[in-house]
Design a protein around this ligand. Structure first.
Ligand code: ATP
Ligand code: MG
Length: 419
């Protein structure tokens, strides 16, 4: 027996409807916000992520699925969606097209992490990306899109936390202040944070180790160091959120610790799914396109983790709408009527009706049982008499109501009685 790789999961046929529900809500949100789908490859040149995600991040340092292909190129399975979209934006000259470029994706992503509840090695994201606007309205719209998506799912008690991590200019001052504050505690910090202290101190605020959390609790706040432009931007994002009636809290510990992430960062967090509570994370990355060799192009977006959302819905008893069931089941009593049942099922399908019939050689009684099990709305059992008369009793399974219908009228009958 060959087992599934660690940290991956099958979506079994009986569970796929949960995914469809979430994907439908994602596409519906995208339509409402005029976001168009972009599909980029599952793998990219490793270099893209070194530059597009950043070589001081956990993703790049520890989590990437990187390998040499047969042509000796270094290839990486995408650990997130933004870098590929940014590459495509540049490669396809979108900056000279219609701006803002508003896009979304639903993708698998790959990270070599320690698997636990809500943390997998292959997981899935719904993400959106808006390129070309540096206005706070764009930040707010992206946050509203995330909120609208979560509302469609019916999840409750998901908190919105926001922060601003400023721009290159004001962050330099902040980094100096932060390092000054942390210096006496270097010895108490985890090994990763000691490294971060040199390379990317902001990232220490994001550490999940208890000891580091204690230290950073009293750290200076980025929001106290924002330059006047960044402070104004942050204020306007907040007034946009408030104007739209969205509740939020400013959490100075949310960071996106890359040079080209700027200003707004945000997270939607739930307390209901354990330590991996962030169901959606996003922010502004005005420096990314330049980092990848393009001209200055402000951008903002988010990514939501689909597995965590399913977990949240399951844990809190939020119902998933049920999948559609077969509308009609045609049973056959003998060989000839089975052929008729098969033909009627095919004719129904040709009219867009979900129909089923027997392929297991079951008795009529067992076929009724099976039809009930798969949730068929109507059952029509055909035998010698029915063949002779050209009509069959069509039984509504919910209440046993029976109507005799001519074969040629069955499709019309089912369509007419759709609820
Ligand atoms: P975390 O702090 O939980 O590691 P992250 O900051 O690495 O999250 P992002 O890169 O912002 O996560 O990804 C966006 C979203 O994708 C997360 O909020 C989460 O819902 C989901 N996600 C990230 N990593 C995983 C994973 N390994 N397994 C399942 N979902 C994930
Ligand atoms: Mg992570």
């Amino acid at each position: 027996m060959i087992n599934i790789p660690k940290g991956t999961k099958d979506v079994l046929p009986q569970d796929a409807y949960k995914w469809h529900f979430i994907e439908d809500a994602a596409r519906q949100t995208a339509a409402e916000f005029n976001l168009k789908e972009i599909r980029t490859p599952v793998f990219e040149h490793t270099e893209l992520f070194l530059r597009g995600v950043g070589d001081t991040t956990d993703i790049v340092n520890k989590e990437m699925y990187t390998f040499k292909d047969k042509g000796d190129r270094s290839i990486t399975l995408k650990p997130e969606g933004t870098a590929g979209v940014a590459r495509s934006f540049l490669e396809n000259g979108m900056s000279s097209g219609v701006l803002p470029a508003k896009m979304y994706y639903i993708i698998p992503a790959f990270r070599y992490e320690r698997p636990q509840a809500g943390r997998l090695r292959e997981f899935h994201q719904f993400g959106i990306e808006v390129y070309g606007s540096d206005k706070p309205d764009a930040d707010a719209e992206v946050i509203f899109a995330a909120s609208s998506f979560l509302n469609k799912l019916g999840v409750k008690n998901v908190k919105l936390n926001i922060n601003s991590i400023g721009c290159k200019k004001c962050r330099a001052d902040y980094n100096a202040a932060l390092k000054g504050y942390l210096a006496p505690h270097i010895g108490e910090m985890c090994a990763t944070c000691r490294e971060r202290y040199e390379k990317n101190p902001l990232r220490i605020l994001d550490c999940k180790e208890e000891e580091c959390k204690k230290i950073t609790a009293g750290a200076p706040r980025m929001t106290d160091y924002l330059c006047s432009d960044c402070a104004q931007h942050f204020n306007e994002v907040q007034s946009n959120l408030a104007a739209g009636g969205l509740e939020y809290e400013v959490d100075p510990n949310i960071v996106r610790g890359l040079d080209y992430y700027t200003r707004t960062v945000f997270e939607f967090v739930s307390q209901e799914i354990g330590a991996q509570g962030t169901v959606c994370g996003g922010g502004r990355y005005d420096g990314l396109i330049e980092e990848l060799g393009g001209s200055h192009t402000p951008a903002v977006g988010f990514a939501a983790g689909i597995e965590r959302l399913i977990l949240l819905m399951e844990n809190t008893g939020v119902p998933f709408p049920e999948e559609s069931k077969p509308e009609v089941y045609f049973a056959g009593m003998d060989e000839e009527s089975r052929k008729k049942a098969f033909a009627l099922a095919m004719a129904a399908r040709a009219q867009g009706i979900a129909a089923e019939t027997d392929h297991m050689g079951r008795s009529v009684k067992a076929q009724f049982k099976y039809a009930d099990k798969i949730g068929a709305k109507y059952v029509a059992a055909i035998g010698g008499n029915e063949l002779a008369e050209g009509a069959v009793n069509v039984k509504r399974m919910a209440d046993g109501f029976v109507q005799n219908v001519r074969f040629e009228d069955i499709n019309g009958y089912i369509v007419q009685n759709r609820s």
